[in-house]
Design a protein around this ligand. Structure first.
Ligand SMILES: [Zn+2]
Length: 290
């Protein structure tokens, strides 16, 4: 049963909150008929679940991107989630990839977390060292350092599910006592992958925290949705410069581009290319044809 939901909850008697994300159809669409090796798929799914959880903490309209450019067998992993719960992502790897820790997969890459605020057009970026064995640990460190938020993150992935559970100490004067917080994190740590895959968020919360007074705050629906458009592809071509575009068209008659996130196919022939550059000169940019 597909859920594709993120459920928020708070502990009534302890200043702590939590979120459960369960991606199914969106995760399958995101894999987009690519058959990633299992080890790559697992980290990509962890990216998808973690990115949804982090994006859900944004207090403004925007986009949260997690990206690693590595020197190891996985040269690129990128995941984007908008505040409208649209998610997309991909990985690039070579065939030498095999089971290993983050360093063995990504070499000396770093995880960059970028937040774009679409109202103010401001951009924030945080860099996370790939210490430890798991993306979840790297992100816990990031949240502690950048937001001073003590967080525990559990991620579970298979081919059909990308899921996560997050619990977080709430900031403020009435911090949970260590005993309360330790109890919550110990209970959270008993979560099983299969529970995140198969149970509803309510069932999971009940099973983990049945002795606590937990209030559900609501549920959001996630979907795979790519932000590519013909106009954006056109802008990218313009940025390559007119000479480059002319030489490709001379060689191949047209420019064919497939979106790497969603496989959408775009074509620009000589006339389209002239239009792109003419349009660029006669500001403002009108809509290009679909
Ligand atoms: Zn696309």
């Amino acid at each position: 049963m597909a859920k594709d939901t993120l459920t928020r909850f708070i502990f009534e008697n302890t200043p702590a909150r939590g979120m459960i994300v369960q991606l199914n159809d969106s995760w399958k669409q995101l894999q987009n008929q690519k058959t990633y090796p299992e080890v790559v798929n697992k980290v990509l799914g962890e990216f998808a679940a973690a990115n949804s959880l982090l994006a859900a903490t944004l207090k403004f309209d925007g986009l949260l991107t997690m990206q690693i450019r590595g020197s190891g067998p996985v040269s690129l992993m990128i995941m984007e989630c908008t505040s409208l719960q649209h998610i997309r992502g991909l990985a690039k790897y070579d065939e030498s990839v095999h089971q290993g820790n983050l360093r063995e997969l990504f070499g000396d890459g770093q995880l960059a977390i970028t937040i774009d605020n679409s109202n103010s057009r401001e951009r924030y970026q945080g860099i996370v060292e790939l210490e430890g064995e798991k993306i979840s640990h790297a992100l816990e460190n990031y949240l502690l350092r950048s937001e001073q938020l003590e967080t525990k993150l559990y991620l579970a992935v298979d081919i059909n599910n990308a899921c996560g559970l997050l619990v977080q100490k709430l900031p403020g004067d009435n911090n949970p006592t260590d005993d309360d917080w330790n109890r919550i994190t110990q209970l959270a740590a008993t979560i099983k992958d299969k529970e995140l895959f198969d149970l509803s968020a309510q069932e999971i919360i009940h099973r983990l925290f049945n002795e606590d007074d937990v209030r559900l705050l609501g549920e959001e629906q996630y979907q795979f949705k790519c932000s590519c458009t013909r106009e954006r592809v056109g802008n990218m071509l313009v940025s390559l410069g007119i000479d480059e575009i002319h030489s490709i068209i001379e060689e191949q008659e047209k420019i064919s581009i497939d979106c790497e996130f969603c496989n959408q196919h775009y074509e620009f022939d000589a006339v389209d290319a002239e239009e792109l550059f003419a349009v660029e000169i006669q500001h403002p940019i009108p809509k290009t044809k679909q």
